[in-house]
Design a protein around this ligand. Structure first.
Ligand SMILES: [Zn+2]
Length: 221
């Protein structure tokens, strides 16, 4: 019997992800992936998985028990509204997703929409349909589920640490700033529609994010 091999070019799996199946193309199949017609479809979330993760404190990606630190993989805009459509993962699993996920790690990749099953539901909350290019692993000790637009999203607690990635490597500050600046007008427009309070929150979040960036990139320099 031959075990399916990991696709060449993909980084080696972190220990916690080594129990995951590998699909025919050589991609690991994270625990959230739905099986459609007997094959895993990475674009579709298994509907029951989110509740299992929240109830049993399991990792979104590898399915094993989470510890005290929870890692969210976020686009730069979610670093400002501190909301994730997905529950958290282990740091090592989140880092792997940030480095190897084709959509997140290749800024010019487009989301593949062709051949999507009809029953695919929009995730809870408002999704910003732009390719962020840069992504962030946000580590926190706290988060809480929050009902939004008939679905569930997750409000993310204060950051214990942050790591930014672009194209499968650590992002430069310039890339991070460019990515934030590119999406900010959308968030500002949304906040404007919501009113003064939302605008105040956005300003505060920008301030906190800038401070975190100053800290991170001062350490790196
Ligand atoms: Zn994990």
């Amino acid at each position: 019997m031959t075990e399916p091999m990991l696709r060449p070019g993909l980084p080696a799996l972190p220990p916690k992800m080594r129990g995951l199946p590998i699909d025919k193309r050589g991609f690991p199949v994270p625990a959230f992936v739905a099986i459609v017609n007997g094959e895993p479809d990475h674009r579709i979330v298994e509907p029951s998985w989110l509740n299992v993760c929240v109830r049993d404190q399991r990792c979104w990606l590898c399915g094993n028990a989470l510890g005290a630190y929870k890692a969210f993989v976020l686009g730069p805009m979610c670093a400002l509204n501190r909301i994730s459509a997905e529950p958290p993962s282990h740091l090592e699993c989140a880092r792997y997703a940030a480095i190897s996920c084709p959509f997140l790690s290749r800024p010019h990749a487009r989301r593949r929409e062709a051949g999507m099953p009809e029953e695919k539901k929009a995730p809870g909350g408002v999704m910003l349909e732009r390719n962020p290019g840069v992504c962030l692993v946000w580590v926190t000790k706290t988060y809480r589920p929050h009902r939004s637009n008939g679905g569930v999203v997750f409000r993310i607690g204060p950051a214990e640490s942050m790591q930014w990635f672009a194209e499968g490597r650590a992002a430069t500050r310039e890339e991070v700033e460019e990515s934030i600046a590119g999406g900010l007008p959308i968030l500002q427009e949304m906040a404007q529609q919501e009113g003064e309070l939302a605008l105040g929150h956005l300003e505060q979040a920008q301030h906190e994010l800038r401070r975190a960036l100053d800290q991170q990139f001062a350490q790196d320099a």
